[in-house]
Write a protein that binds this ligand. Sequence first.
Ligand SMILES: NC(=O)c1ccc[n+]([C@@H]2O[C@H](COP(=O)([O-])OP(=O)(O)OC[C@H]3O[C@@H](n4cnc5c(N)ncnc54)[C@H](OP(=O)(O)O)[C@@H]3O)[C@@H](O)[C@H]2O)c1
Length: 340
Amino acid sequence: MEKYGYTPDEGRYVNGMKYRRCGKSGIMLPEISLGFWHNFGDVDSFENARAMVHYAFDHGVCHFDLANNYGPAAGAAEKTLGTLMKSSLQPFRDELFISTKAGYDMWPGPYGSWCSRKNLMASLDQSLQRMNLEYVDLFYSHRYDPYTPLEETLQALVDIVRSGKALYVGISRWPKEAAQVAYSYLAERDVPCLIYQGRYNLIDREPQETGIIDQAKENGAGFIVFSPLAQGLLAGRYLDGIPADSRIAHGGHLKKEALTEERLQQIQALNCIAGRRGQTLAEMSLAWILNDERVTSVIIGSSSVGQMQKNLKALHSPAFTTEELQEIERVLNGKVKAEK
Ligand SMILES: NC(=O)c1ccc[n+]([C@@H]2O[C@H](COP(=O)([O-])OP(=O)(O)OC[C@H]3O[C@@H](n4cnc5c(N)ncnc54)[C@H](OP(=O)(O)O)[C@@H]3O)[C@@H](O)[C@H]2O)c1
């Protein structure tokens, strides 16, 4: 194992990355963050994972988003980061903002899932071990738990911060009403919720429509986006069929059924708009989200350095004209077919 054989790019904070303040906190996050959901498991190439992480860090992507169950196998993505911490990233620990989560199925029995105090506390201890970290910067309740009293989950988050094992806490995929309880409970105990993590992209506007994004802002929390490219649909990955090395072909969370004829036509039409703007569909899709100043950061997934290289161009996207924004909406409302 190389021991600190990696020297990051000295220009990593001046090469074009931009940073946004996370809600009313002292934390700035890169506009583009890197997620470890896919491609960092023990079935994946470690060399590829390392190359992507180093490329990201070299370009100012200092926020890595993990969860206990990312793999496969569950826990493997955290172990990949742990190996990288030991071999190359440890000297830069204070430059990194590392998050993890608990709440989905992790180990057998009644304590290995959801958001009881028992699950959250034990899971975070396991995550820290796997990642070779003394603390995480951000710990999330990965999903709303309808079985555990909200106060139990929230008090566990408060106590986790007080224990020093996490600097900040956040919530992911919580419905609006429960999220309001969380914001209030945490603020009253001087452990304000740093951030809400939700899925938001050109074809999935749920957090906008439900008021979740505004609610985060009103409560002084940031809003961070997952699956900004709809797992590859909005990256142009499937414009010419289903590539053998793609997420759909691997049979993971993105199902072939998501690629309906109507969806494909929308994607083709969006791709034409992107082309006229002189950019790829992936760049335009990311830029569309970042055009919303309520968004703190987008967490991209990536299966190669090449994809990351392309996606980081979204940081320098031309501004949208009103006509372009209206045309995008017409496409998504099914009123426009692909025009060159
Ligand atoms: N809180 C939650 O419940 C939750 C849920 C989901 C995700 N997340 C977080 O959000 C992160 C991102 O989610 P995601 O992976 O779904 O994000 P995404 O950015 O929507 O999709 C990433 C995938 O799109 C494809 N892609 C990306 N750039 C491309 C390009 N330039 N050209 C062609 N294809 C491209 C790649 O697919 P291929 O693999 O096919 O190449 C890549 O793996 C996760 O890693 C995780 O940290 C959180």
